[in-house]
Design a binder for this molecule. Structure first.
Ligand code: NDP
Ligand code: HSE
Length: 437
């Protein structure tokens, strides 16, 4: 045990998450002290703009423009990086590690791309990097993978890990609202990334999936190997078809281990309406984790926003505080495994799935058999067919649900079908997952 009187913290970045974190450290100071035995003191906050009112009563916390000075302040034990992005966040974190500071960050974009370098530097310096807030906001999913589920071989994770997309899809589904209008709302509420294309094109979910995959399987992950597709092409028509078929469309981050390889992919997915995570709406995130001992588990909660994300940041600060007090900082390897296993990420063409295919088909005799002929030739078996509307002059939506098929075969079939004269445009493809309830 040390004779420390307090755990001292400095935050860089006083935006949405920085404000939530400061607010929790100040307003919940009593419960935090009771849990730790000594206070956690927020000493300094660094931001580019220290004049703007962030709505937090700071008391004697020092506001500064000098992030480097905060990092080198000998009084500070834990540096919390909440500015986001790659530069200068990476330099700040590596500099803090060099100065033997423990680090807490919510920066999934940085960890997904430069995580290995940061974890190695921390390991070498004997300090901890906490990043609970980087995946699924307030849900303690990373801690659960590291600790609570540590006895398991993880079999699969299905995650709704982007609050902005879940918010958009929910309001489009339940209220018939327009995509752009709901995105603006999510931005105003502080859910969206600085660049919202990261949210809607699935990149933010892929960043989080890289972290989940690393912790689930103990493997380093190359971010560029993750297949990524967003929700910007989903139309109200697809949402209606999904509803008629008993499904909901969610942007899913999926990771599974099979035959010595890992699947890691992000794409819009049709899920049975009664599958646990499909019922989770709005800005809420949800993860279905299947372990070989525990079976199917479900986690849900707010995936973005100042206070839920701040809750995760402060939990890391407290965890590190406990390790400092017991003199065992670095007890848990940052990447959760002492022995890691490099695994190959399966090529997207090699995965198997069921598919929803919506063709813009001319409503003429023989069209159905021409399309199904190409699918059959590519070893794709059709489960059901729905056509909406009639009219010889214009294309009508023709939906086919397939049995399980290989992605490569689906791509090859669609490359042929999309050029046929009976089809008026590219086919909409949504993968279908039944999941474990
Ligand atoms: P914000 O943009 O709200 O806040 C970032 C703050 O950092 C701003 O005040 C910004 O100032 C300041 N800043 C930028 N560069 C510097 C610098 N060089 N030195 C000091 N301050 C700087 O972002 P969020 O709080 O939303 O996000 C922070 C991190 O948390 C990101 O990595 C994000 O991905 C992650 N995250 C966010 C969640 C959310 O719900 N918002 C949820 C989970 C994770 P200025 O505005 O003047 O540029
Ligand atoms: N932009 C992210 C989201 C923030 O919408 O989920 C939380 O990581």
């Amino acid at each position: 045990m040390t004779s420390k009187k307090s755990i001292n913290v400095g935050i860089i970045g006083f935006g949405t998450v920085g404000s939530g974190t400061a607010c929790i450290l100040i307003e919940n100071a009593d419960i935090i002290k009771r849990r730790l035995g000594i206070p956690v003191k927020l000493k300094k906050i660094a931001d580019l703009d220290i004049k703007r009112d962030r709505g937090v009563k700071l008391g004697d916390v020092q506001l500064t423009n000098d992030a480097k000075g905060l990092i080198t302040d000998p009084d500070i034990d834990i540096v919390v990086e909440l500015i986001g992005g790659y530069k200068p966040a990476k330099e700040f974190i590596l500099d803090a590690i060099k100065h033997k500071k423990h680090v807490v960050t919510a920066n999934k974009a940085l960890l997904a791309v430069h995580g290995e370098e940061i974890y190695a530097a921390a390991q070498k310096a004997g300090v901890t990097v906490g990043f609970e807030a980087s995946v699924a906001g307030g849900i303690p999913i990373l801690r659960s993978l590291r600790d609570g589920l540590a006895a398991n071989q993880i079999e699969s994770i299905y995650g709704i890990v982007n609050g902005t997309c879940n918010y958009i899809l929910t309001l489009m589904t339940n209220e018939g609202r327009k995509f752009d209008e709901v995105l603006k709302e999510a931005q105003a509420k502080g859910y969206a990334e600085a660049d919202p294309t990261f949210d809607i094109e699935g990149i933010d979910s892929a960043h989080k999936l890289a972290i989940l995959t690393m912790l689930a399987f103990g493997t380093p992950v190359k971010f560029e190997d993750i297949y990524t597709e967003g929700i910007s092409k989903i139309t109200p028509l697809d949402i209606d078809f999904a509803r008629d078929l008993g499904y909901k469309i969610k942007l899913l981050a999926i990771t599974k281990k099979a035959r010595g390889e890992v699947e890691a992919r992000v794409h819009p997915t049709m899920l049975p309406g009664d599958f646990s995570i499909a019922t989770v709406d709005g800005v809420f995130n949800a993860l279905n984790v299947v372990g070989n001992a525990v079976g199917s588990t479900m986690f849900s909660g707010r995936g973005a926003g100042d206070m839920p994300t701040g809750s995760a940041v402060v939990s890391d600060i407290m965890d590190i505080g406990r390790d400092i007090l017991s003199g065992c900082a670095g007890r848990m390897p940052v990447a959760a495994f002492r022995e890691r296993e490099p695994l190959k990420i399966r090529k997207m063409e090699d995965i198997t799935s069921c598919y929803y295919l919506r063709f813009a088909a001319m409503d003429k005799p023989g069209v159905l058999s021409r399309i199904s002929g190409v699918l059959g030739k590519n070893n794709i078996s059709i489960e059901s067919v729905i056509q909406k509307g009639r009219g010889a002059a214009e294309a009508v939506p023709l939906v086919m649900m397939t049995h399980e098929a290989v992605e490569r075969n689906v791509r090859s079939a669609l490359a042929e079908i999309n050029t046929m004269d009976c089809v008026a445009g590219p086919t909409m493809v949504i993968r279908v997952e039944e999941g474990q309830k």
